[in-house]
Each structure stands twice: as structure tokens, then as C-alpha cells.
Design a protein around this ligand. Structure first.
Ligand code: ADP
Length: 421
């Protein structure tokens, strides 16, 4: 079966967020890590999300990677392409949203696309072209001080206008509130006047669904994960998608382990909770810097546990301990040493028969996934908002729950593993 929706996301967690939305809306979804190469099998996926790391790289490189991903997705049959970026429109005047959207549209031979970052569930709404984060304008929100992409203008028509030589227009909420036909007409009017990118207002999920309906025939749709809400229904109406396919759990039999490299409050609470149930092993960056063989020690400790007891291995520490380690070894070196150790431990655990991993921390997850050679993830059911179980296709099959540090309730680790049969 050909892919229905092919998506290109400009970062890893954003890709997972989008994949998770598509699964909840009934599309079987596979997430691919990096520009897909030969030999990747996406099985019976209805949607494929390619996770790039292209948000803040030079624009020409972001364009190149996005076009490569596009070519692969089209070869797989994708009938519609989705370019996913952050719901706070993270970008600078040199890109990368405008340049990538222009390049994709050119390659697809399209005349116009929409740009809709709205994600009302997370407080991101667009009204009269202005992006709000909760009650604040984007330009007054903490995003104004982002280290890489400071957002100092909330008017998306202007922001995108600085990133593209093409005309940018607006479909305002007056049109959106009247439904899909009215939105379609407003888009046609903009197209006739030469607009190539239409910012579209959206203040709730109902808006996102009707916008999704209105862009049915568009070769390219761009936005946050929210705007993907309304797309699956178009395929369902055309008889291309079975009515709501339930997401299935990963099929990976074997021991389980928890690896935590996030120092966030949520993760530290989750560790305190799980420590009452399972034994835990702490990794100290200071000892890694001394050249001690901590990964081997942790693996030997894990191998002595009873088969049914998941090892919990963590580097997570309180802010004062993290600061002390960073002062002594340097911030980047401390992070790199911990990530390297976690990666080595993950590989060693697989050799011990571990097939189910819960990993806490975005960077930590990246290090683990790359050490394990994972190239594609089939997205399963959600554990907590924004965190699905996934199945890493390849040999051996692995069940992975990759959690951004601050996500999940206190009992996340135990509950995640209890979900698996
Ligand atoms: P989050 O999702 O909470 O941001 P990440 O895994 O992305 O978590 O980032 C945590 C970073 O902190 C990683 O680079 C990790 O290696 C590093 N780190 C983890 N534990 C420690 C520690 N005890 N001291 C210093 N740095 C650490």
C-alpha cells in the first residue's frame, strides 16, 4: 500500500509529536530518523514522518535534506506532503521555514501552501495572523529570548515574509469560523492575487479540523502538529483509510530497562517513585571523567538482577549537583560523557537480552537510539500525553518509550512497562 501522507519534521521530538497525533486520528504511522536511505521498510504505514534535525542548520542544508526526504516519500507514493515545524514558529529571518516551504512547493509543482503553527491544546493560537503563547503574544513570551531562534515579532505574515521572496497572505478567523468551503474560497482568492504562503488563523481544534478539510487537494501543507488533526479524515472520506485503525503495542519480548539522563523535575520525581519498587544504579559524571569503567560496572550490576526486575540506570541529579559536575568537568563534556555511557549501557543491555527500554531525556534518547542503530520507529499507543510506545524495526525488534524530560506523570516508568503484555 502506498503512503498517503508523507511528513518532513525539522526536529526529532516534533516528529514524534506529529506521528502521535496521526496515530490518534487513526493512521498507522512510522517515524524515520534522518533522511531515509535504501532498505527502510515502512510496512503497511499510512503515514511516514521523516525526523530531520534541520531547524537551525544553514538554510541551504535544510533545503537539501528536506528535498531528499521529499524524493523518498514521493517514491513511496505519498499523495500529500506535510512540512512540520514548531508551534512557536521557531526560525530566523534567514530561515528555515520559508526556504524549505518554497523548495518543497517548487519541487511539487504547487502554486500555494498554508502555514498554520496553531496548537490550541498547548496554548498556541493564531488570530489575525498574530501568534499567541497562552495569553501572551509570541514576541512577549519566553520565546523572545530563545538562544537560537529568538522570536521578537508575533505577526506571522511579516515573519514569514522576511524568509521568502514570495507573497505571504492571511486567511483570517472571520473566514475560518464559517467552515471549510469559506476557507477554500478565501484561499482561492489569495492564490489568484499571487499569494504563495497563506497564514491561517486557528484558535481551537474545531478550526484546525475545518482547515484540514479545506486543504484536501493541496500538494503541501505546512504547520505545527495541530493542523495535522484534520488531514486523516480527508483520506477516510475518500475511502483510502480504514475507519480508525487502533494503534498496536510494540511486539518485543524480553527484559525491560529504564535509562534516565534527564535532570528535569518530572524525571527526578519519576525516579524517586520507581526507586521504591526496583533497584537503581547512579552514574556520576565525576567518576566518568576520572576514566572509571562505569558502563561496565553498571552492566555487570544489571546482569546480576533477577530476570523479572528491570534495571534502572540514571545520571539524573539535582541542579546543585549538576552545577558542581559542570564546574569541575565543563558543561558539554559532562553531558557528552553521560550520553556516551548511556549509549554504551544500552548496547550492553541489548546483548544481555533487554528488548524493552524506557528512556528519559531528549538528548539521552537521541544518543541511545543512534547507538542502537535504530532507523525507523512504528508509533504505538500513547502512554502519557505526547509520549507513545514505539517499536524499532530491525534486528532485534525493540520496544522504546522515548520521553522528553519534563513529560509524564510520577508513575510513568512502571505504568509504561505495565502496558506491555
Ligand atoms: P531533557 O529532555 O530533560 O532536556 P536531555 O537528555 O535532553 O534531557 O538532556 C540532559 C542532558 O544533561 C544530557 O546531555 C545529559 O547527558 C546531561 N546530564 C545528565 N545527567 C547529568 C549530570 N548528572 N551532570 C551533568 N550533566 C548531566
Amino acid at each position: 500500500m502506498p503512503i498517503l501522507l508523507g511528513a518532513i519534521a525539522d526536529d526529532f521530538t516534533g516528529a514524534t509529536d506529529l506521528a502521535n497525533t496521526l496515530v490518534k486520528e487513526g493512521m498507522r504511522t512510522v517515524q524515520i530518523i534522518g533522511v531515509p536511505g535504501a532498505g527502510i521498510d515502512v510496512g503497511d504505514a499510512d503515514a511516514v514522518v521523516v525526523a530531520l534535525k534541520s531547524r537551525t542548520i544553514p538554510a541551504d542544508e535544510a533545503v537539501r535534506q528536506s528535498l531528499e526526504a521529499l524524493e523518498w516519500l514521493r517514491a513511496g507514493g505519498a499523495r500529500q506532503i506535510f512540512f512540520k515545524y514548531c508551534s512557536t514558529f521557531d526560525s530566523t529571518d534567514t530561515g528555515n521555514i520559508g526556504p524549505v516551504a518554497d523548495a518543497l512547493l517548487d519541487a511539487l509543482g504547487g502554486k500555494m501552501t498554508i502555514a498554520c503553527p496553531a496548537f490550541p491544546t498547548n496554548g498556541r493560537t493564531v488570530y489575525r495572523g498574530y501568534l499567541f503563547v497562552g495569553d501572551e503574544l509570541l514576541s512577549e513570551s519566553p520565546m523572545k529570548d530563545h538562544p537560537l531562534t529568538p522570536m521578537r515579532d508575533a505577526n506571522l505574515v511579516r515573519v514569514l515574509g522576511r524568509q521568502t521572496p514570495n507573497a505571504v497572505g492571511l486567511v483570517s478567523h472571520e473566514h475560518v469560523s464559517k467552515g471549510a468551503t469559506e476557507i477554500g474560497e478565501a484561499l482561492q482568492d489569495l492564490k489568484a492575487s499571487g499569494v504563495r504562503h497563506a497564514i491561517v488563523d486557528a484558535i481551537d481544534d474545531g478550526d484546525l479540523r475545518v482547515i484540514g478539510e479545506a486543504v484536501k487537494g493541496f500538494e503541501l501543507v505546512t504547520g505545527g502538529s495541530g493542523i495535522a488533526l484534520g488531514l486523516p479524515e480527508n483520506y477516510r472520506r475518500d475511502g483510502l483509510l480504514e475507519s480508525a485503525t487502533a494503534a498496536s503495542l510494540p511486539d518485543a519480548d524480553g527484559r525491560a530497562a529504564v535509562l534516565a539522563g534527564s535532570c528535569s523535575v518530572a524525571t527526578r520525581n519519576q525516579l524517586a517513585h520507581v526507586a521504591e519498587k526496583w533497584p537503581a544504579y547512579a552514574i556520576e559524571p565525576g567518576r566518568l571523567a576520572n576514566g572509571e569503567r562505569i558502563a561496565d560496572e553498571a552492566l555487570s550490576w544489571a546482569s546480576r538482577l533477577e530476570a523479572g526486575t528491570p534495571p534502572v540506570i540514571y545520571s539524573s541529579a539535582a541542579p546543585e549537583d549538576v552545577a558542581r559536575a559542570q564546574q569541575a568537568i565543563g558543561r558539554d563534556r559532562a553531558g557528552a560523557l553521560v550520553e556516551e555511557a548511556m549509549a554504551k549501557i544500552a548496547v550492553g543491555l541489548v546483548a544481555q537480552g533487554v528488548r524493552r527500554f524506557v528512556v528519559a531525556g531528549g538528548e539521552t534518547s537521541g544518543a541511545v537510539v543512534s547507538a542502537l542503530g535504530v532507523r525507523a520507529l512504528r508509533i504505538g499507543p500513547e502512554i502519557d500525553p505526547g509520549v507513545p510506545w514505539t517499536e524499532a524495526t530491525g534486528e532485534p525488534t525493540l520496544a522504546l518509550a522515548l520521553k522528553s524530560g519534563n513529560f509524564g506523570d510520577e508513575d510513568f516508568f512502571t505504568r509504561a512497562l505495565e502496558m506491555l503484555p
